[in-house]
Design a binder for this molecule. Sequence first.
Ligand SMILES: Nc1ncnc2c1ncn2[C@@H]1O[C@H](COP(=O)(O)OP(=O)(O)O)[C@@H](O)[C@H]1O
Ligand SMILES: [Mg+2]
Length: 341
Amino acid sequence: MSTPSQPSTVITAPGHNHGPLGQRLLAAGYINEQQLNEALAAQSTVDPNEINHLIGRTLVSLGHLTPSLLRQALVELFTEECRNDCGLSGVPPILSMKGVEKQLDGRMVLNGVDLEIPEHRITAIIGISGGGKSVTLKHLVGLMRPDRGTIMVKGKNLYALSVAELQRVRRHISLLFQGGALFDSLNVFDNIAFPLRETTQTSEAEIHQRVMRALDEVNLAGMEYKFPDELSGGMNKRAALARALITRPEIILLDEPTAGLDPIIENAIHHLICDTFMRTRTTMVIISHAIPAIFNWCHHVIVLHRGKVRASGSTPAIRESQDPVIRQFIDGDVDGPVDIL
Ligand SMILES: Nc1ncnc2c1ncn2[C@@H]1O[C@H](COP(=O)(O)OP(=O)(O)O)[C@@H](O)[C@H]1O
Ligand SMILES: [Mg+2]
């Protein structure tokens, strides 16, 4: 295909790697080569590490692609990745637990948890309500101390660190609490700006720029001066997600990000998580009760049962598991080996 009006930039040189997203958009017929070259030239100053995703945004801003087609292409790429066993083997764990035990109110909530969270992948943790999923997440960020066992974060034993070192490690991790929990007395802007103001020296000018961009990314542009009680449940979750992402953490832990939302909003949140992942490839751990929907949105699944990891593996492997306990979770049967609390 000819590109007569193109400026002679290296970007359009033959054999230039358009990246998987550009190739996908071309192959699907969503755009043509000329449009792709135009977008590549328009973003030639952009960080090459971000090119895969930014090409999509540039195409949208040039009017060559609709946002919904971009979303669809990203989801297709992601789904393909997850279906192909996700290349999980050989991916080093960024977080791990070994032999973690925790007793709360006289009950062994964690009874020897061994797990590994692969870097640059999305892991879902599933299991019965009250089974210790939130407690597990709190251990991973150092909010709860294990009675026994070790927790490694980026190669460091979390509970052998000094307070200062622990704080430094925690800065790389963001936790979205179950329930979202925005500060009621702060507007959306100040809620999202909060972690930057509290934990960094970022200037107010840059905070403004980053918060506005984050709002745009979670489709809340124009909502910055609203207070949490003026927003719907889904909007609150999206704002909480923007707040969890604003410090550009290396690891994001999301505790039931879709709890209490209707299926359409749930789907929108999953798309947003996928979009964020495709843009940043940030390691994510999602606790979810959205079964089987969550299987479309993760590479790796950990099943927690009776204070232990019942199974851990690629999403297709867990989905096909014949373990009666896992089948009961997936199929939602009332009768079966799982004691309903
Ligand atoms: N801070 C706490 N003090 C005492 N018990 C707790 C505490 N946090 C959680 N638990 C108990 O631990 C169990 C697991 O809770 P949780 O991890 O929140 O479950 P879920 O899998 O639904 O997230 C529950 O029985 C809960 O009541
Ligand atoms: Mg929970």
